[in-house]
Design a protein around this ligand. Structure first.
Ligand SMILES: O=C(O)C(=O)[C@H](O)COP(=O)(O)O
Ligand SMILES: N[C@@H](CCC(=O)O)C(=O)O
Length: 352
């Protein structure tokens, strides 16, 4: 089967070889306070920062998932009600989890075919954390870099961005936000089981100011460990090993992003040509890494079933469009040959 599911998704083919190497190297049997592990952790962070072009003064931590980042942020970085700007299921869930933990999260909902308006920024006091979803996996939308850049210039607030399904696939305007996080099972092309959390110096300062230390995953506790090249709890050592190998292998993000952009343009043109209705009709709001195709319940079920018979897994819809859309991951680990196979299938399905 070839898979276009937007997470877990296709892993880079080299992962097979790296798994064997990890076993043979002995590092996955090593204690996580050993020199061997600490060196590997430091090297992984350094390779990730290099390949993804993360600013030198931003700090990188590995946690268990993007979902855990919702909790870490709510516990350790929010003191006054946060503002959540979203248009889909993952942004909404982030707001709901935060609400449960902090008892104060406000929402600014915008239509998935629109981009959020900026005037909300002038109504903020300055201490609220602004929470944005860069790439909304559920409905195939993304925020353009220009939106993040404008928000940054309009507001002094700390900004947190969920880049779960875009980090390592597109270029991110790092300096336009303070907290970024993602999961490795999307654009990193890795097996699931790890989250990447990246903080600006201002976010670190905020964590220090708030001084929250009540949880095993309190940000300050995580940070203190990472500063020693360690982790607060036994980490996913295999996941870190694989991430390091993939970061060594991939091209710089600028080149990866070029390919993502080109492939996404081709996908949208192809789908339009063969009359597959897109969930996102506004081109400016479309994601480059997750493409959502609309359809009736019946048609959507039929196409997923026919694809399966042809050896292809399409992503189910998610959230309000669970049964009336399917999703196609446009992640870097997917090969051009696989894309051609799916397109061939879609051409023949369209003709039926
Ligand atoms: O796809 C998204 O967007 C998500 O939020 C993921 O489902 C979250 O993945 P985890 O890393 O939390 O498992
Ligand atoms: N992120 C994946 C999985 C989410 C889930 O099922 O919890 C998706 O968008 O489908």
């Amino acid at each position: 089967m070839i898979t276009f599911y937007p997470g877990p998704s296709k892993v880079y083919p080299e992962v097979g070889q790296y798994l064997q190497e990890a076993f043979e190297s002995g590092v996955i049997s090593a204690n996580h306070r050993s020199a061997a592990f600490m060196e590997m952790l430091a090297e992984t962070i350094s390779n990730l920062k290099l390949k993804l072009d993360v600013p030198a003064d931003y700090e990188v931590y590995f946690v268990s998932s993007a979902t855990e980042c919702w909790e870490i942020i709510a516990q350790s970085l929010i003191s006054v009600p946060s503002l959540h700007i979203y248009n889909g299921a993952f942004g909404e869930k982030w707001m709901e989890y935060t609400q449960k933990i902090t008892s104060g999260a406000s929402s600014f909902y915008f239509d998935h075919n629109a981009l959020p308006e900026l005037p909300f920024a002038s109504k903020l006091s300055g201490s609220e954390l602004i929470c944005l979803t860069h790439n909304e996996t559920s409905n195939g939308t993304a925020l353009p870099a220009s939106f993040l850049e404008s928000l940054r210039s309009e507001s002094d607030n700390l900004i947190a961005v969920d880049a779960t399904s875009s980090m390592a696939g597109v270029e991110l305007p790092w300096e336009s936000a303070d907290i970024w996080y993602a999961s490795v099972q999307k654009c990193f092309g890795l097996p699931a089981g790890m989250g990447v959390l990246i903080l600006s110096p201002r976010a670190v300062e905020r964590a220090i100011e708030l001084g929250e230390r009540k949880h095993y995953n309190s940000l300050l506790f995580i940070r203190e460990n990472f500063l020693k090249n360690q982790t607060p709890f036994t980490p996913n050592i295999l996941g870190i090993y694989l991430l390091n190998r993939i970061m060594q292998q991939v091209k710089p993000i600028e080149e990866v992003a070029e390919q993502t952009a080109l492939r996404s343009r081709e996908w949208y043109q192809f789908l339009t040509k063969y009359r597959y209705p897109l969930v996102v009709t506004n081109e400016a709001a479309r994601s480059e890494t997750v493409i959502a195709v609309a359809g009736t319940r019946e048609k959507t079920a039929q196409i997923k079933e026919a694809a399966k018979k042809a050896g292809i897994v399409l992503g189910n819809g998610y959230g309000t469009q669970k049964d009336t859309s399917f999703r196609i991951a446009n992640f870097p680990a997917i090969s051009s040959q696989e894309i051609a196979m799916l397109q061939q299938f879609l051409v023949s399905f369209a003709g039926k």
